[in-house]
Design a protein around this ligand. Sequence first.
Ligand code: FES
Length: 110
Amino acid sequence: MLNVLFVTAEGSKVTAQAEPGARLLEVAQGAGMPLEGTCEGQMACSTCHVIVAPDWFDKLPPASMEEEDMLDLAADVTRTSRLSCQIELTEALDGIEVQIPGVSRDMQIG
Ligand code: FES
C-alpha cells in the first residue's frame, strides 16, 4: 500500500491509500475528489487534470505528446499539470502530493 495526499480546490487535505499499479484517477475518485475522467483514460478529455506537487512531478515519467496536447485544453494548467488517468502509482510514488484544480479557486469560500 502507498499513500497519496490530495489537496482539494478548497485547500483541505485528504489522504488516500492505493495499491501499486493503481491509476491516480481511480484513487482520486475513490477518495471523493471531483474528477470526472469522462473518457476513462483514453486521453480524449481533460477532466482528470491534476496539479502535481513540484517535488513529485520530477519523479513521474514524462507526459506523452498526446497527454501534453490534451493538457493544453485544460483549465488552470500549470507547469506541473498532468492527466491523472496517465499516472500509474508505484512504490516510488508513496507520499505523492496532488492538487485538485478548481474553478472556484479565485472565489471567496463561505
Ligand atoms: S480521463 Fe480523459 S484524459 Fe484522463
